[in-house]
Design a protein around this ligand. Structure first.
Ligand code: ADP
Ligand code: MG
Length: 244
């Protein structure tokens, strides 16, 4: 299988603080992977590093996307190459309507298709509203997903698509993300895992202590985390990091 994303031996710093250290990760085209990790493990920081946000300094290692070294590329170039992100806490953008944002990110689908997709996510009335302004937790996450569907990136990164979302919305989001991922590649970041009841992922890994400490069957790993907590889970010697 073709490598879509390769992260080699990453050291990531924010200010003087080291967030990731010795981080290896590979995602192949067509894969739908999940990354678990406790609060503060560095999951969102990893996404910012992949996007090349200022302040998230790669002090060692490389990030390759579709075979190209993107470690030094500006964010807009990375997005043009096909990176898409559904953010954990996207900002409200006063003065820009959701429909206008869809026009910007929409090479993938037609305006009619965008309207149909908005309806599937119960967002028809939101197209004329300023992005995320006064949106509830579930509405924000559905709007993020709609933008991913419009963008059709080569790789979609979903940062905690289930955080701050009620159970009914988690099911709707999970089913729609699953439908999207049928024909697309994605990485879902979550610390709860409930949304995985609705999404078929092919592989899971655990981010702990700044690196991927194990990788394998999603259901087995989630069960271990639920039973033993993250600390107990990472003591497991059966699954070794196979991300190299
Ligand atoms: P996660 O998404 O796994 O919960 P984050 O990536 O948000 O974790 O954060 C990892 C750690 O890095 C946290 O301790 C957080 O406070 C810190 N961190 C992340 N971004 C910044 C920043 N811009 N400034 C200072 N600290 C940061
Ligand atoms: Mg986070």
């Amino acid at each position: 299988m073709d490598e879509l994303l390769r992260i080699d031996d990453l050291e990531l710093k924010v200010g003087a603080r080291t967030i990731l250290n010795g981080f290896h990760f590979v995602l192949h085209r067509g894969e739908k992977a999940v990354m678990f990790g406790p609060n503060g493990a560095g999951k969102s920081s990893l996404i910012y590093a992949i996007l090349g946000y200022p302040g998230y300094q790669v002090t060692r290692g490389k990030i390759f996307f579709q075979g190209r070294d993107i470690t030094e590329l500006p964010t807009n170039e990375r997005v043009k190459l096909g990176l898409g992100v559904s953010f954990q806490n996207p900002p409200a953008i006063r003065g820009i309507k959701l429909s206008e944002m869809l026009n910007v990110c929409r090479p993938g689908i037609s305006p009619d298709e965008a309207a149909r997709r908005a309806a599937e996510l119960n967002l028809t009335d939101f197209l004329a509203r300023d992005i995320n302004l006064g949106f509830s937790g579930g509405e924000v996450k559905r709007s993020e997903l709609l933008q991913i569907i419009a963008q059709q990136p080569a790789l979609a990164l979903f940062d905690e698509p289930d955080s701050g979302v009620d159970l009914e919305n988690v099911e709707l989001l999970g089913r729609r993300i699953n439908a999207y991922l049928k024909d697309n590649s994605g990485l879902i970041i979550t610390h709860q895992g409930y949304i995985l009841n609705f999404i078929e992922v092919t592989r899971a890994c655990v981010l702990y202590d700044g690196r991927v400490v194990c990788s394998g069957d999603p259901k087995g790993i989630l069960e271990d985390i639920r039973q033993k907590g993250y600390e107990g889970c990472v003591k497991c010697r059966v699954r070794k990091n196979d991300e190299k």
